[in-house]
Design a protein around this ligand. Structure first.
Ligand SMILES: *[C@@H]1O[C@H](CO)[C@@H](O)[C@H](O)[C@H]1NC(C)=O
Length: 300
């Protein structure tokens, strides 16, 4: 197997390209056309993760965000925000049947934030993933959604429009420690799966092309919980937009843009709060950072 080609992401080019992908706001569109995102996750222990993913998908510009969670979590998630639509379904015996009619109305599904590791819930989540893949729904798989892939790796092999967002530990658990073995395993994925490995420098693997696109350092040294959820949520909306554009490599564009964006959010909040910064502070930075980085000026 030949060496993996490392490609440093050229930021000015990326930003210029991504600006063309961001849809122009217009009065001719109806509600939902800028994106309808679904988040599968949320348990008794973890209610923040699905909230952060869903709210960031909205704050970057999606029109609607649905959270499909365990019934133990739904009232709590609703209480965080009236902007989210929350379905207490994951612990129902007929969870998949309940979610199926919603799927066709959603553009991208994020599987994993706050899902937890209860075997029954993981089984349900893997059935939902199967269904998404069957109907060719674009998916972002994060956190405990990646955990369920450890025993179900075949599910995503050869599929299209799948983005995985592991942190370093999740990456190792999924692909192993040894780079050649990892590449071997990655090569089974085919040309429709992209991996965004989160770290000090985020790395975006395109297994089929044997390429890894590396993002520059960014953000601060402050790594509080919830930042990965801001990434998966904004990535979902960006992924939908990139798929709508006619650009080749929509997953790569969306992954690079969301990686860059979350580091910028972190830095902006860090400048105000230093060590005290929390994921909810980063949410507050979304409007200004999005405007500054991704909105076209009137003359463009
Ligand atoms: C969580 O949900 C289960 C049903 O799936 C229920 O039996 C249990 O009482 C709930 N726990 C809490 C703390 O709400």
């Amino acid at each position: 197997m030949s060496a993996i080609t490392e490609i440093p992401v050229h930021l000015p080019k990326l930003l210029a390209l991504f600006k063309t992908v961001v849809p122009k706001l217009s009065n001719n569109k109806y509600k939902g056309q800028y994106g309808r995102i679904g988040v599968i996750g949320g348990s008794l222990e973890y209610t923040g993760a699905p909230y952060f993913a869903a709210i960031s998908s909205l704050r970057v510009g999606a029109d609607l965000a649905h959270v499909f969670c365990h019934s133990n979590a739904s009232a709590i998630i609703k209480s965080y925000s009236p902007d989210l639509i929350v379905h207490p379904v994951l612990d129902c015996a007929d969870a998949v049947e309940k979610i199926t009619p919603w799927l066709e109305r959603l553009h991208v599904i994020v599987i994993g934030p706050g899902l937890g590791r209860e075997p029954g819930i993981l089984k349900t989540a893997s059935n939902i993933l199967k269904l998404c893949l069957e109907v060719k729904k674009p998916v972002v798989i994060d956190a405990d959604g990646l955990f369920l892939l450890n025993d179900n790796y075949d599910l995503i092999c050869g599929q299209r429009n799948v983005i995985l967002t592991p942190n370093v530990m999740e990456f190792r658990r999924l692909f192993g420690e040894e780079i050649n073995a990892a590449r071997q395993k990655m090569s089974l994925l085919g040309d429709g799966v992209v991996i965004l490995e989160k770290g000090a420098n985020d790395k975006i693997y395109i297994p089929q092309a044997n390429e890894v696109h590396t993002m520059p350092l960014g953000g601060s040294g402050r790594r509080c919980g919830g930042q990965g959820d801001l990434l998966s949520g904004s990535l979902a909306t960006f992924f939908y937009w990139s798929l709508q554009s006619n650009e080749p490599n929509p997953a790569l564009i969306a992954a690079c843009a969301s990686s860059y964006f979350v580091k910028k959010l972190n830095l902006a909040a860090f400048e105000k709060l230093g060590r005290s910064l929390l994921a909810s502070d980063m949410v507050k930075e979304i409007p200004a950072i999005f405007q500054a980085e991704f909105e076209k000026s009137d003359s463009q």
